[in-house]
Write a protein that binds this ligand. Structure first.
Ligand code: CA
Length: 411
């Protein structure tokens, strides 16, 4: 067990084993940091004290207001930075300790920013429980489409509206289908969250060159929590035949700290078996997911925060390696900073459903919050709070939180 001279709460998501990267600001401009316990390590300041002598180019990357340049230096670099800081946190004679007043900043005194300039975002549909129960709501005779067990279904999402935790989301207006056949134009009455994980792509691939499944994991820098805000009534009217569009492009939230690929390795578990076996370009062994506990809470205006979903990412049907191999099989290139999201992660039980569409059976069975308050979909001023962490023995690695509050529609 690694022991730091810095007091780190035992239940902290940001243990000495985690050390995720993020972008923060205080009275000085936004720059790169590592989270440890209740603190941020100011990497640019640590660089100025010559803590990272093997990478002279790191100074520029640490001073940028997004992590893309840092990520592009490769996992060898990010591992080196984390290992250097980890060692310094365990050495009571380190410069990090000696100059801690200067290098460690309380998290409560900083503002977190979008950690990445996201060029491209793709949303998969990789949880069988989610795809099956959503399919069952609308096509009870045929919940999974015939392609679902042969390829990881996805659509290309909108990168410009990905926002960091804490950014409020105004209730969107849109076209909503009516029984008359003439759509209404009004604020959505079926605003929903989707509990997802998103992988950050850590290096470019070449256009025209599919990434093989064997090398797919080399392209991952790390992971964040992801909330794919969705307007179900708008979605229902617009989604055929090309998939969701304005019902999902208004906002997606991410957690501010990017948990690195290396920190996730403690939590690898076998992925569920696949039947039928997919085509050879999607076959790999061992097929692994991550044992990560995920949760969603909803806090109404002036009300108590209530847990509405508790599940785990270990059961996802299509692995991240399969998602990458399929994404690039036609020659589509990946770019550093792209996000690939898993799609809503759900389990079988109602308490494990990663969106209200499933938990309320499309709004027909309200869930209950504190004091008997019901919810079919989200109301104005509801705040959605997502958490995620892995725990193996004494090793805990978490994402912190992903918050977003619904604001009333404006026009
Ligand atoms: Ca989604």
């Amino acid at each position: 067990m690694l022991q730091s001279w810095l007091p780190i709460p035992p239940d902290s998501d940001f243990s000495i084993h985690n050390l995720p990267f993020g972008i923060f600001s205080d009275e000085r401009p936004a720059r790169a940091g590592l989270a440890i316990g209740d603190w941020v390590v100011d990497l640019a300041a640590a660089y100025a004290l010559n803590m990272f002598p093997h990478y002279p180019e790191a100074g520029s990357a640490f001073r940028k207001p997004v992590l893309n340049e840092l990520v592009a230096l490769g996992r060898g670099f990010s591992d080196y930075v984390r290992n250097t800081v980890q060692t310094a946190l365990c050495d009571s004679h380190s410069d990090l300790k000696q100059f801690s007043n200067h290098l460690l900043i309380p998290q409560k005194k900083v503002q977190m920013h979008m950690p990445l300039k996201v060029g491209n975002y793709t949303d998969f549909y990789s949880s069988e429980e989610h795809a099956f129960s959503v399919g069952q709501l609308f096509r009870p005779e045929n919940p999974l489409f015939p392609n679902w067990k042969h390829l990881p279904v996805a659509y290309h999402g909108r990168a410009s509206s990905i926002v960091v935790s804490g950014t409020p989301v105004p209730r969107p207006w849109g076209q909503i289908g009516q029984t008359s056949g003439i759509p209404a134009f009004k604020p959505t009455n079926a605003l929903d969250y989707e509990l997802e994980l998103a992988f950050v792509i850590g290096k470019d691939s070449a256009i025209g060159r599919p990434v093989s499944i064997a090398e797919a994991e080399d392209y991952i820098f790390g992971m964040v929590l992801f909330n794919d805000w969705s307007a179900r009534d708008i979605q229902r009217w617009e989604y055929q035949p090309l998939g969701p569009f304005t019902s999902k492009n208004f906002a997606s939230g991410i957690s501010p700290w990017v948990v690195t690929w290396e920190a996730l390795q403690h939590f690898r578990v076998p992925a569920p078996p696949q039947e039928p076996e997919p085509l050879p370009y999607l076959v790999h062994q061992p097929r692994q997911n991550f044992d990560l506990c995920l949760s969603v809470s909803v806090k109404p205006h002036d009300g108590q925060e209530v847990l509405v979903c508790n599940n785990n990412a270990s059961g996802i049907y299509w692995t991240i390696a399969q998602q990458i191999a399929h994404h690039t099989v036609t020659g589509c290139n990946l770019q550093t900073g792209d996000l690939l999201a898993t799609g809503t992660i759900s389990g079988k039980e109602i308490s494990q459903k990663g969106c209200l569409l499933e938990a309320t059976l499309n709004g027909t069975q309200p869930i209950t919050l504190h004091n008997g308050v019901g919810r079919r979909f989200l109301e104005d001023h509801d705040e959605v709070i997502m958490h995620g962490f892995g725990q193996k023995g004494d090793i805990r690695v978490g994402f912190g939180e992903l918050r977003g509050k619904v604001l009333p529609a404006v026009r």
